[in-house]
Design a protein around this ligand. Structure first.
Ligand SMILES: O=C1C[C@@H](C(=O)O)NC(=O)N1
Length: 448
């Protein structure tokens, strides 16, 4: 008889409620939720005093595979994700090669099937030059298109900065268009002014002044105008300013929104006060901005103007980070600690558990039309994470799972711990130990 997993007596946090229940997993799926009697073929997990969350769906990561695997790869970073309660992720196209064609997308799926312990999907990259091909491609083949990170490889590629290519894409592309929204013209103007004053050695604290609020706001405003004009399906990635939050609506359900947005955990966690302490380690694009922006982003998240939380997990080696301003790579690893960070806000009474689950699990599934994940529902994939809300530990080098082996959170004490993670019904992560030989699946989605 096939073994089933019974999680007994746990607080299930799901769809706006936290309810004490048992959850039975069978053949990869959730079979039953309620009061369930123990049978001989059940592996029983005692969930007493613990909270069960749907596995997190991280809508924006850079796992660096293929081609940049000295920074991270689909094996190492998916392990870190699972230890953080993330069971599914959507990876960005700025790998080597860039994922700009359906053929390279297929190759990436192939690599993931052999390396990723979590479930996966991938954006098809759009860089301004492949728009005609993208328009012709059947949207059922990719979860969305994105320009994120591609501006690193070729100047002028920043899609949000090129009105003509944006217009063409928005007028013709029927899938989700996920945009990195910053105005290059403004950034370049500011870079020039700072370079004249400081040379190469611009202190990190000027990063949010160079990659300014104005640069973000202008790009987001224009993208929204274009999307409205063409009735396109626009998603603005990693919002960073309070000013931009007012450009989004909260008076319609997510299912009906044509324009959506997200916040990345680091923009809720860090502010300009942290540049002094962490320098280039928290250099991100778009930049970490002010304390007021950080508070404004959390408010917009609670008000439903911001729809989902992502990590934008973007590992670089320490050496690549610890460089003068213009050479220092932007981005940092976050995927192992996103849930811990959000639960710290819960501990401080800033957000409820149910809201965290809505923004990290339910809404990414709704936003990306993911058919059978993101909720604890009978018949859905058993992607789950069991959390101890009263467990103190400190982030340190020896508990990091990233290939790059550093985190801007080193030294941070969390008061919650992810103790077990289930992917497709299997207990993949159990108190620090992984089941290594079980790979995730492609995320199923229905592109309308
Ligand atoms: O959009 C991005 C891309 C990312 C990367 O390193 O790939 N780093 C960033 O800081 N922002």
């Amino acid at each position: 008889m096939k073994q089933k997993i019974l999680i007994k007596n746990t607080t299930v946090v799901n769809e706006g409620k936290s309810v004490l229940a048992d959850v039975l997993l069978s053949d990869g799926f959730i079979q039953q939720i309620g009061t369930i009697n123990i049978e001989p073929n059940y592996k029983v997990i005692d969930g007493t005093g613990k909270h069960l969350f749907p596995g997190i769906i991280d809508g924006q990561v850079h796992f660096r595979d293929p081609g940049l695997t000295h920074k991270g790869d689909l094996y190492t970073e998916s392990k870190a994700a699972i230890a953080g309660g993330v069971t599914s992720f959507i990876d960005m196209p700025n790998t080597v090669p860039n994922i700009l064609t359906v053929e390279s997308l297929k190759e990436k799926y192939e690599i993931a099937s052999k390396k990723s312990l979590a479930n996966y999907s991938f954006f098809l990259g759009v860089n301004g030059e492949n728009i005609d091909a993208i328009i012709k491609t059947d949207t059922s083949q990719f979860i969305g298109v994105s320009d994120d990170g591609l501006y690193f490889t070729k100047k002028g590629n920043l899609l949000a900065d090129n009105p003509e290519t944006m217009e063409k894409l928005f007028a013709n592309c029927k899938s989700i268009i996920a945009i990195h929204s910053e105005k290059e013209e403004i950034i370049e103007h500011n870079e020039k002014a700072f370079r004249e004053k400081y040379g190469d050695d611009i202190p990190a604290k000027f990063h949010p002044i160079i990659r300014s609020t104005e640069g973000c706001y202008e790009a987001t405003k224009r993208a929204i105008e274009l999307a409205k004009k063409h009735n396109a399906r626009l998603h603005i990635l990693h919002l960073t300013t309070e000013a931009e939050t007012h450009l989004f609506q909260n008076d319609i359900p997510l299912q009906e929104k044509k324009i959506t947005t997200e916040v990345s955990v680091h923009h809720l966690w860090f502010s300009d006060k942290d540049y002094e302490r962490l320098g280039m380690l928290i250099k991100w694009n778009p930049a970490i901005k002010t304390e007021e922006d950080k508070d404004g982003l959390l408010k917009a998240l609670l008000d439903d103007k911001i729809d989902i939380i992502t990590t934008d997990h973007a590992p670089h080696t320490l050496e690549e980070k610890q460089q003068p301003y213009f050479q220092s790579m932007s981005g940092a690893p976050m995927v192992q600690h996103s849930l811990n960070c959000m639960l710290e806000f819960y501990k401080q009474d800033l957000i409820s558990l149910e809201k965290i689950v809505e923004k990290m699990c339910h809404n990414p599934a709704i936003l990306y039309n993911i058919t059978n994940r993101g909720f604890i529902r009978k018949g859905y994939y058993a992607d789950l994470t069991l959390v101890d809300l009263n467990n103190q530990w400190t982030v340190a080098k020896d508990n990091l799972l990233y290939k790059c082996a550093w985190s801007p959170l080193e030294g941070t004490t969390f008061h919650t711990k992810i103790i077990q993670t289930f992917v497709n019904g299997k207990l993949i992560y159990d108190h620090g130990i992984f089941q290594e030989n079980s790979f995730g699946m492609p995320i199923e989605f229905s592109n309308k």
